[in-house]
Write a protein that binds this ligand. Structure first.
Ligand code: PLP
Length: 394
């Protein structure tokens, strides 16, 4: 039998990549996953829209938005591979989840099933809805380490009962960076007549999406993370059978004029992040290419993951071949660091203030974890520096 292939880092997509990004030179940035980062061209375009708004506030909002909103949804439609009349724009994933959960009929005793890897704020929204309706939030433990996606399907499948009203799953989980087997999970839920909401806050830009084929009741995504749009751009994609019952979390002038009108106007707000969407989709395609960017980031993350597990002598929580990873990975910290730091903040602040490294440290399931991201501005030497700094602290 041939030995397993050792991962290798990818070639950079561009010489002098740093000059294309807004990120400052003083920090080694390994946290694209939290709030993304913007290329300079995207920032400049966004600024030009803000300027135009200040020069002609009424014309910009009223006339241009009416004309532009359909084309913004059209550009997303090709990127997400789903028809534009199923897309609604929101500011972020939290707004999307709130809109959906507060639009569905939930009865006392209904079960809202969610894995324990879900994002904390999403769990709180579920709890809020359960508290108001008498439903029960059923948190499913997904064991770690994961050797195959079958373990996820099995854990969720065995938690579904006749009382299950909703399954809420991550596409890529925030604390553990696991790529969930959403195709299988959506099929499982729909076969049993259960609505399924996929939290794809990290999905667009990290994974190639085909939302028409996926068939989820709702898929929600952020565009400021891996699409690199300005903060304030996100979306909901809804199954046609549920479009009439979907309402935004904020009810305004559009009420009862259909979901598109309802989401388009939720009170006076800054439309410039939405208006930047077609520009960023097109600019990245022309500059690096979405597929090349995704492949680069995945390859870099898989290499760094394997290299760090070996150097720190920690077991991976997902397979080393990267089959359950996108372009982020979560690892345990070497034992001596875990023992000598009791809070995520103190370790995060030490890495930033003493070593200039921005990387999230997470407390999850009672342990401290480190989650790194890989984006085109990251290079292999960034992860080698992280390796050495952590080893020197241990
Ligand atoms: C999986 C997941 N869901 C939801 C959210 C919430 O996103 P936002 O704060 O943009 O609403 C995040 C944020 O990082 C996330 O990682």
């Amino acid at each position: 039998m041939n030995p397993p292939e050792q991962p290798v880092p990818p070639q950079p997509l561009q010489e002098d990549m740093d000059s294309s990004w807004m990120l400052g030179p003083d920090v080694l940035f390994l946290n694209h996953g939290s709030f993304g980062a913007r290329p300079k061209a995207v920032f400049d375009h966004h600024c030009s829209l803000l300027l135009r708004f200040e020069q002609q506030p009424v014309q910009t909002i009223v006339a241009e938005m009416e004309q532009l909103l359909p084309s913004i949804r059209d550009s997303l439609s090709s990127f997400l591979k789903v028809s534009s009349d199923r897309i609604d724009l929101v500011c972020n994933a939290s707004e999307a989840v709130n809109s959906i959960l507060r639009s569905i009929d939930i009865a006392p005793g209904d079960e809202l099933v969610v894995p324990d890897h879900a994002y904390g704020a999403v769990l709180k929204t579920l709890q809020y809805v359960a508290d108001r309706t008498g439903a029960v939030v059923k948190i499913v433990h997904i064991p770690l380490p994961l050797e195959s996606s079958d373990q996820v399907v099995e854990a969720i499948s065995s938690s579904i009962t006749d009382r299950t009203r909703l399954l809420l799953i991550d596409h890529i989980s925030s604390p553990t960076a696991v790529v969930f087997p959403i195709n299988d999970l959506v099929m499982l839920a729909r076969d049993r007549g259960i609505d399924v909401l996929v939290d794809g806050a990290h999905g667009p830009g990290m994974i190639d999406l085909d939302l028409d084929s996926l068939g989820a009741t709702w898929y929600i995504g952020n565009l400021h993370k891996w699409v690199c749009a300005p903060i304030g751009a996100g979306f909901i994609v809804t199954d046609p059978s549920h479009l009439d019952s979907l309402h935004p979390a904020i009810i305004s002038h559009g009420y009862q004029e259909g979901h598109v009108e309802e989401f388009n106007w939720q009170g006076t707000r800054d439309y410039s992040p939405w208006r930047t969407i077609p520009f960023v989709l097109d600019w990245i395609e022309r500059t690096w290419g979405w597929q090349r960017m995704r492949e680069h980031n995945h390859q870099l993350a898989v290499w760094a993951h394997s290299m760090l597990c070996e150097a720190w002598h920690v077991d991976p929580v997902t397979p080393l071949d990267g089959s359950m990873m996108g372009s982020m990975a979560t690892l345990q910290l070497p034992g001596r660091i875990r023992d000598s730091h009791d809070s995520e903040e103190s370790l995060h602040d030490l890495l930033l203030s003493s070593h200039g490294i921005e990387v999230p440290i997470m407390e999850w399931a009672g342990l401290l974890w480190i989650r790194f991201s890989a984006q085109v501005y990251n290079r292999p030497e960034h992860y080698l520096r992280l390796r050495d700094v952590v080893l020197s602290m241990a």
